[in-house]
Design a protein around this ligand. Structure first.
Ligand code: HXC
Length: 552
């Protein structure tokens, strides 16, 4: 038997030999050069693996410093966020092309790890800034990588997740860095309402960089390590003399409770990324999709007698609207957003009968559940998000009105209230209103009333829907009568009783078609579930236009 290295001699057929299998290049000395190595040759594979290992490991001192700061590296974060072995990295070998003497080293990745992976088997696009390389600062190459990932996310209709940890615009690349940011902002806006955009702040997010999370749908922040501000403490001190720490200026709690910039705040990176995964499980991949359904408990027959005990009959008694929500949603699971900001209204996502819904509710235990400037803004943004991503809205109403006063008026409560009104009027998803106790004046209209387009309005029997409360109404309507009465208190009580009998019950609204049904509180979950089933295929077309002009 002949060896493969010495093939048997071919019989002479008189025809030329077939072409040799490979072209051989002739070198300067006229001799053929060695055949170029096969792409799978082990030494090339090793070299590539070594380079990848080097890149993915990062510079040991910088990684150590990152850990000492209580932060994970970009790759460690991606490991926590994505399904195991699902990450496809793009542009790993990209480096800056700057010839500036101030940027001598040219590390691979250019300070951002970018690509795609899956979360619970569903595709997402992601970039994670790497603080160990130039402080995660954004230069031209980093920006181009981020642009690429954003373009892929939009083209494929998959959520975008940004893990931010960066000193902002890379100072050494000057205006090219600013140009890079502009490209990110433009892409956020193009993708707005098309794919969910989640921004996770896990380190500094300084200067104009903060506009990227501001343009996203949700901003997560980690206490102690994340800060967002347009100008840092040094600039603040130089300009105004005010001395503040990084955290006092733009830490997670500041943005979670005072500015409203952070939607969600966490004690550590792990719980933060856990919740990013959880939130994704409630969202559709894009605006043409619907949120994933979960195995459905039979909500349509589910009576909840506890509801009547949670809400006191007396209209001024406080209670926690979250207790009501817990009885209405599947397994009591409610993913609340902006938990510590504008607490007089609650907004969040849950499931009813397996379907994801967005819940907006007045919160009687904070400021008696009154609507004010920030509560209107908070709810308006949430309603618009739900509408953009095909998430039905359930609005739980128990509202005494809008907050009066100069502080509110001077700060533009009219504009902000109009934002909420606008958001509801525009929403084309299924909309269900449940009036639990009271709904007065403009706040009644704004909280998804029949007049602005709710699809199904349900009212508990004890409720009061009116222009205002009985006492206030009697004082205005019967001022002269009361002034002339021998016993003003007795006369007032009579008039209040008359007004209450005539106006302060749901049947006044139900007889006029403004409330579809007056329901037993225990049946709220079941009735909402039936309403959602009834409205599932709702379609509503708005007039053709370029876009509306939402109030400031
Ligand atoms: C280049 C930067 C950088 C930046 C940090 N580094 N920020 N390099 N451009 N913007 C580098 C540092 O030189 C350092 O490099 C490494 O990253 C780590 O930074 P440290 O300062 O040592 O870290 P720390 O003490 O933790 O402080 C982090 C920081 C601070 C608070 C973010 O670095 C800082 O204030 N940076 C500048 C922030 C800023 O003003 N950015 C510009 C904003 S204007 P070495 O080599 O020493 O390790 C902006 C405009 C955008 O972003 C406009 C868009 C419209």
């Amino acid at each position: 038997m002949s060896s493969p290295a010495t093939p048997p001699a071919q019989p002479d057929t008189g025809t030329p030999d077939p072409a040799p299998p490979r072209l051989r290049v002739v070198g300067p000395d006229g001799k053929p050069e060695p055949v170029r190595p096969d792409r799978t040759m082990p030494h090339l594979r090793d070299r590539r693996a070594r380079l990848r290992d080097e890149i993915t490991a990062g510079a040991p001192a910088a990684v150590r410093r990152q850990h000492d700061l209580g932060k994970r590296t970009a790759r460690e974060r991606l490991e926590l966020l994505l399904d195991p072995d699902s990450f496809i990295e793009i542009d790993m070998y990209r480096r800056h092309q700057s010839s500036s003497a101030t940027l001598k080293s040219r590390p691979y990745t250019d300070g951002v790890v970018a690509g795609s992976g899956t979360v619970d088997g569903r595709r997402v696009f992601v970039y994670a800034q790497d603080f160990t390389i130039f402080g995660g600062s954004l230069g031209q190459a980093q920006a181009a990588k981020i642009h690429k990932v954003m373009d892929h996310a939009l083209a494929t209709g998959a959520p975008l997740i940004a893990l931010n940890d960066s000193g902002g615009a890379r100072i050494q690349e000057g205006v090219l860095s600013l140009h890079g940011y502009g490209g990110i902002f433009r892409r956020h806006v193009e993708a707005s309402g098309v794919i969910p955009q989640l921004s996770v702040i896990m380190g500094p997010c300084a200067g104009g960089a903060a506009y990227s999370p501001a343009l996203a749908d949700f901003t997560f922040m980690v206490r102690g390590t994340a800060q967002m501000y347009l100008t840092g403490p040094d600039v603040v001190a130089a300009v105004s003399g005010e001395r503040v720490s990084h955290d006092e200026l733009g830490g997670a709690d500041v943005h979670g409770s005072r500015s409203g910039v952070a939607t969600l705040v966490y004690d550590d990176e792990e719980s933060c990324l856990d919740d990013v995964r959880y939130l994704l499980s409630l969202l559709p991949a894009n605006n043409l999709d619907v949120p994933p359904r979960a195995p459905a408990p039979d909500a349509e027959q589910d009576e909840r007698p506890a509801l009547a005990d949670i809400v006191p009959v007396e209209p001024n008694q406080p209670y926690d609207m979250r207790d009501v929500v817990a009885e209405i949603v599947d397994d009591g699971e409610f993913f609340e957003l902006h938990e510590d900001w504008a607490q007089n209204v609650i907004c969040g996502l849950g499931r009813i009968g397996g379907d994801v819904v967005g819940i907006v509710g007045n919160q009687p235990q904070v400021l008696a559940g009154v609507l004010d400037r920030v509560a209107s803004q908070k709810a308006a943004r949430f309603v618009r998000f739900c509408d953009a991503f095909n998430i039905p809205l359930v609005t739980l109403v128990d509202v005494p009105g809008f907050l009066p006063g100069t502080e509110q008026e001077y700060a533009g409560v009219i504009r902000h209230g109009a934002q909420l009104l606008y958001a509801y009027c525009e929403a084309s998803v299924p909309r269900i209103q449940v009036i639990l106790r009271k709904a007065y004046g403009g706040a009644y209209i704004v909280m998804d009333s029949r007049s602005i387009g709710t699809d199904l309005s349900l009212a508990w029997p004890t409720n009061e829907i009116a222009v205002m409360g009985a006492e206030g109404a009697v004082n205005i309507l019967h001022r002269k009568d009361l002034a002339a009465a021998d016993d003003a208190a007795e006369r007032r009580a009579e008039l209040v009783a008359e007004y209450t009998d005539e106006f302060m019950h749901p049947h006044y609204a139900a007889e006029r078609g403004l409330v579809d049904d007056v329901i037993d509180p225990a049946q709220t979950r079941a009735m909402v579930a039936r309403g959602l089933a009834m409205l599932r295929t709702k379609r509503r077309r708005m007039p053709e236009r370029k876009h509306g002009n939402i109030p400031l």
